[in-house]
Write a protein that binds this ligand. Structure first.
Ligand code: HEC
Ligand code: HEC
Length: 224
């Protein structure tokens, strides 16, 4: 009897260790506190702003966020606004993990919420502020789809949702994505093949980038 109980207890502990408890383990108060200075550019919910000058950072896979913060800190990804916010004394490894987990769990709906009569004006305002709709971009969507599914989906996901170290591309500002692709093509930022100009982006034909970006904006709308 005792033995069975101990076993059951052990099994439960093991299960907890395996599935983890991200929601309960996340110290929201502390995370919001650490996120404070970031909101000046990335907005209160990490939705970014100024038409993509500041990227959306909520909803990204946590591993990707953490890696980028490290990259800004060691300056393997160069960015003047981001550098001071990631310097060691401002943001240590533990805070980077905390921020990554915090940002990853913020969901930004792609259509306005349906309100209940009991929702007050402030609740409505806050909920509306979270809605993030990327406007359709122009391009040949059919070609964009073919190129994306053949050359990008294997890492960024069939619906552009990202995973692990691969960023989410759907729901991100088109301008920002374009700027990053330019940076990769000029080898200012490493993409999938470090240093070598042989990765997925270098195989694209003229016009493909525009078409892929247009296609991504249709995926987000289809989510609604
Ligand atoms: C002064 C404005 C500013 C502040 C404050 C700021 N950022 Fe940024 N952040 C930027 C800009 C600009 C970029 C885009 C850099 C680029 O174009 O490559 C960026 C990029 C990022 C990215 C990469 C996104 C991606 O898709 O690759 C992450 C993650 C990020 N910031 C997190 C943070 C966090 C966390 C904080 C607070 C500790 C913060 N930022 C504070 C301006 C800012
Ligand atoms: C082999 C895997 C792989 C493939 C295939 C791939 N990517 Fe990526 N992509 C990555 C990785 C890894 C990163 C993050 C790089 C870093 O750490 O800076 C990235 C980052 C990006 C970013 C920057 C996003 C951000 O938030 O800053 C864009 C834009 C992008 N990829 C577009 C594409 C497009 C378009 C294609 C198809 C033509 C493609 N990628 C194919 C692995 C891949």
């Amino acid at each position: 009897m005792r033995h069975a109980q101990t076993l059951r207890k052990r099994f439960c502990l093991l299960l907890l260790a395996v599935i983890g408890l991200p929601a309960a383990a996340l110290d929201l108060d502390r995370a919001k506190d650490v996120y404070g200075p970031c909101a000046a550019c990335h907005g209160p919910f990490g939705a970014g702003g100024k038409q993509g000058e500041y990227p959306r950072i909520s909803g990204q896979p946590p591993k990707y966020i953490e890696q980028q913060l490290q990259a800004f800190q060691v300056q393997s990804r160069l960015n003047l606004p981001m550098y001071p916010y990631t310097r060691e004394r401002e943001l240590d490894a533990e805070d980077m993990k905390l921020l990554a987990a915090y940002l990853a769990q913020i969901e930004l709906p792609t259509r306005p919420p349906v309100f209940k009569d009991s929702d007050d004006a402030l609740a409505r305002l806050l909920a509306m502020e979270k809605v993030m709709i990327i406007p359709r971009a122009e391009g040949n969507i059919e070609n964009g789809k073919a190129v994306y599914q053949k050359d990008c989906a294997v890492c960024h996901g069939r619906r552009g949702q990202g995973r692990g170290m691969f960023p989410m591309l759907v729901g991100q500002y088109t301008n920002y994505l374009q700027k990053q692709i330019d940076a990769y093509l000029q080898a200012e930022r490493p993409h999938d093949e470090e240093g070598a100009k042989t990765g997925a982006l270098y195989r694209l034909k003229a016009g493909d980038v525009k078409d892929v970006l247009a296609y991504l904006t249709t995926l987000q709308a289809a989510e609604q």
